[in-house]
Design a protein around this ligand. Structure first.
Ligand code: IPM
Ligand code: MN
Length: 369
């Protein structure tokens, strides 16, 4: 298996956590005899400083030529006063648009070993396994007109979707729901917004083509509450861009830490893989960030860009093992455990690497018999 991966480590904790994700990818390549190649380019704040733009042409060209893009994080406090089009985040939005992936898959599930990390009671989160399908190229993030008119003291953004943008992302959600628990809530605010009425009507129209999936509609405000009250009732969740951004962070509460959540963006020319967490400038460079979100993102990359499902599962099992063995990065030390020594970013990466070696070795030994 040959795979050209472009690494965009970005800002803040991006480089530290991405390094551990790459280490895991290299382990899979070594043990499986795969030919993975890695190129690195700049994006976000580091690119603004070095190249004067958050998405340099060299980065974009390399991304379009790769088989998969693995991104760390973008953003930093020093850019906070800039207008949205000049900020590191503009680079991320531009590369999302250029690569064309419109379906952002964000799994959020309860790890039994981390039950104590959630403020929700264990019996509420136990067994929760949610997959958000977040539309990534439309809505308020990209809709025009958008402007802050400083003279009149007014600003506006536009939440805009057309039918085909809804259809294509809804199809991904229906298809993913079918082999799972076949439940699909679609999230909107159709009691107030025309764009949500279009969204709801379009998704409803598609439903008869997926008779095994039970579609329902939830208002985003109610959905955000139900997610915390009864997370186990959810399976695949279809949402537009901004609602998905908000609900996926909220659902980190189920997992125990935002540092655990991976994501994959599919449907475009090149798939884009990024952990859900941001650049966390307050802890950057200290070697204490949680690399598991990035590592689980690498698993998604193997699943969706390389067809290496067994290796993706092996990475996920390795992460579970390391957590079951009691290893915790600082963000995961809670609930009276704070006196315990935190595992560093690199140590955590090394532990996953070790567990992965064992799991893949065992698998290969079994196949050899
Ligand atoms: C995310 C992030 C991004 C988003 C930011 C950094 C632009 O919050 O991936 O969830 O809002 O999509
Ligand atoms: Mn977000």
């Amino acid at each position: 298996m040959k795979l050209k991966v472009l690494i965009l480590a970005g800002d803040g904790i991006g480089p530290e956590v991405t390094q551990e994700a790459v280490r895991v990818l290299k382990t899979v390549a070594d043990l499986g005899g795969h030919d993975f190649s890695f190129d690195e380019k700049r994006i976000g704040g580091v690119a603004i400083k070095a190249d004067g733009t958050p998405l340099p042409k060299a980065t974009l060209d390399a991304a379009l030529e790769s088989d998969a893009v693995l991104l760390g994080a973008v953003g930093g406090n020093e850019f906070n006063s800039l207008t949205p089009d000049k900020r590191p985040e503009a680079g991320l939005l531009a590369i999302r648009q250029a690569l064309g992936g419109f379906a952002n898959l964000r799994p959020a599930f309860a790890h039994p070993a981390l039950a104590i990390n959630s403020p929700l009671r264990p019996e509420v989160i136990d067994g929760a396994d949610i997959l958000f399908v977040r539309e990534l190229l439309g809505g308020l993030y990209f809709g025009k007109p958008r402007e802050w008119n400083r003279e009149t003291g007014e600003a506006w953004n536009t939440m805009r979707y057309n039918r085909s943008e809804v259809v294509r992302v809804a199809r991904v959600a229906f298809e993913l729901a079918s082999p799972r628990r076949r439940k699909l809530p679609s999230v909107d605010k159709a009691n107030v917004l025309e764009v949500s009425q279009l969204w709801r009507a379009t998704v409803t129209e598609l439903a008869p083509q997926y008779p095994d999936v039970t579609l329902d509609h939830q208002y985003v405000d109610a959905c955000s509450m139900h997610l915390m009250n009864t997370p186990r009732n959810f399976d695949v969740v279809l949402t537009e861009n901004l609602f998905g951004d908000i609900l996926s962070d909220e659902s980190a509460v189920i997992t125990g830490s935002l540092g655990m959540l991976p994501s994959a963006t599919i449907g475009g020319a090149v798939n884009l893989y990024e952990p859900v967490h941001g650049s966390a400038p307050d802890i950057a460079g200290k070697g204490i960030a949680n690399p598991l979100g990035a590592i689980l993102t690498a698993a998604m990359l193997l699943r969706h860009s390389a067809g290496l499902e067994q290796d993706a599962l092996a990475i996920e099992a390795s992460v579970r093992k390391v957590l079951d063995d009691g290893h915790r990065t600082a963000d995961l030390l809670r609930g009276g455990e704070t006196k315990r020594k935190a595992t560093s970013t690199q140590e955590m990466g090394a532990l996953v690497h070790e567990a992965l070696n064992e799991i893949i070795d065992r698998r290969q030994a079994m196949h050899a018999v």
